[in-house]
Design a protein around this ligand. Structure first.
Ligand SMILES: Nc1ncnc2c1ncn2[C@@H]1O[C@H](COP(=O)(O)OP(=O)(O)OP(=O)(O)O)[C@@H](O)[C@H]1O
Length: 359
């Protein structure tokens, strides 16, 4: 059952439409990320769910109840912000107790529930410390504990990791996921960081200029983007423009400046006409002659980047298009800059997108 149901939400500030006809549901226990570039309307959407902004039109239901006339304090939501928002003059225990007191939790329950939730976020023994005596990651877990201890219907997290350094982000990402899952807490996380969304969420709502571009699991969003924007925003991509004609069954042929490309037509892909092919770098292989990919393209190697566990080769196709192929960094010899390379891919390695859809 949907714990949160947003129906055709719109919000404008003056003549600027920040959120435009946003509709989605979040199911019990699900973690959903609102992902998109700066200014696409993620935070405004979250603020409307929390009750800090009123939609101009559309309806929001939490646990089946219409939120239209409910102020923020009458919505059972937990909030976590990027700057932790802990009270600096209170101890960790007092911070955690604060929300419970406000909600009328019986006095005798507060201390045991505080200790229990600190165990659950793996911070036993810090109850008498003040926030400044904790690391950024620990403070964020206290903020999480403070919100979770009130047993909200839904947790709203706004860029919860953006104040932390890269290594800690990765670690806390896993911890937050584990904690939210252990509470079976329905959650929405706002982030502009695609890796964070992919690592944390069961589903991603990808937004662009106030509208929903695609709602999907992280894997499907990466493997089967529906628009150029989605393909471009998530991960890296090579683009080849051409004209699609339908062959037999689910096979298509795309005529491109670098030759004909055999593609697999998927549900929702264009039937014919101008298209853009999206080929992920790890799907564009340097062919060594042992396998014969369906599409082979001659190119000139330009440069090689070693990026930790991966090697990225940049090469130029005959029509001048710069493409990248990604290989595992396992000590294989890479083509020298200026040398000829043969790149190849199969019909399933590319996604066919409508060309008119500007990224
Ligand atoms: N109170 C407001 N008054 C005027 N414009 C606003 C207001 N709140 C948000 N906006 C505008 O609405 C748009 C969407 O803002 P929002 O904060 O929702 O975007 P976002 O996707 O969360 O971006 P970011 O990641 O930068 O916070 C932005 O252009 C922003 O300037």
């Amino acid at each position: 059952m949907a714990v949160l149901d947003l129906q055709h939400i719109r919000k404008s500030f003056g003549s600027f439409t920040a959120v435009d006809d946003v509709t989605f549901e979040v199911n019990k226990g699900e973690i959903v990320a609102l992902l998109g570039p700066s200014g696409c309307g993620k935070t405004t959407t979250l603020r409307m769910i929390a009750g800090f902004e009123r939609p101009d039109s559309g309806r929001i239901f939490i646990g089946g109840a219409d939120m239209e006339l409910r102020p923020p304090y009458e919505r059972n939501v937990g909030l976590v912000f990027q700057d932790y928002a802990l009270f600096p003059h209170m101890t960790v225990a007092e911070n955690i107790a604060f929300g419970m007191k406000n909600r009328g939790t019986p006095k005798n329950e507060i201390a045991p529930r505080t200790l229990e939730v600190l165990q659950q976020v793996q911070l036993p023994g810090v109850e008498n410390r003040r926030p400044h005596a904790l690391s950024g990651g620990q403070q964020q877990r206290v903020a999480l504990a403070r919100a979770l201890v009130t047993r909200p219907d839904i947790m709203l997290l706004d860029e919860p990791l953006s104040n932390l350094d890269a290594k800690l982000r990765l670690q806390l990402r896993r911890e937050i996921r584990t904690i939210l899952a252990s509470f079976e807490c329905t959650s929405i996380i706002v982030t502009h960081d695609q890796e964070e969304a992919m690592g944390l969420a069961d589903r991603i709502v990808l937004m662009n200029r106030g509208r929903i571009e695609q709602i999907d699991t992280p894997a499907r969003l990466y493997q089967s983007p529906k628009t150029l924007f989605a393909a471009d925003f998530i991960g890296h991509a090579n683009w080849i423009h051409g004209t699609l004609s339908k062959a037999a069954g689910d096979a298509g042929i795309v005529a491109t400046p670098v030759g004909d490309v055999r593609v697999t037509m998927r549900q929702g892909s264009p039937e014919q006409g101008p298209v853009t092919l999206c080929i992920r770098p790890e799907r564009l292989a340097i062919t060594d002659g042992t396998v014969e990919p369906a599409t082979r393209m001659q190119a000139i190697a330009e440069s090689v980047d070693i990026v930790g566990a991966d090697v990225r080769l940049w090469s130029r196709l005959k029509d001048g298009t710069l493409v990248q192929s990604l290989d595992k960094n396992i000590g294989r010899a890479m083509p020298q800059p200026g040398s000829e390379v043969m790149l190849g891919f199969g019909p399933d390695d590319c996604v066919v997108l409508p060309a008119s859809d500007a990224a």
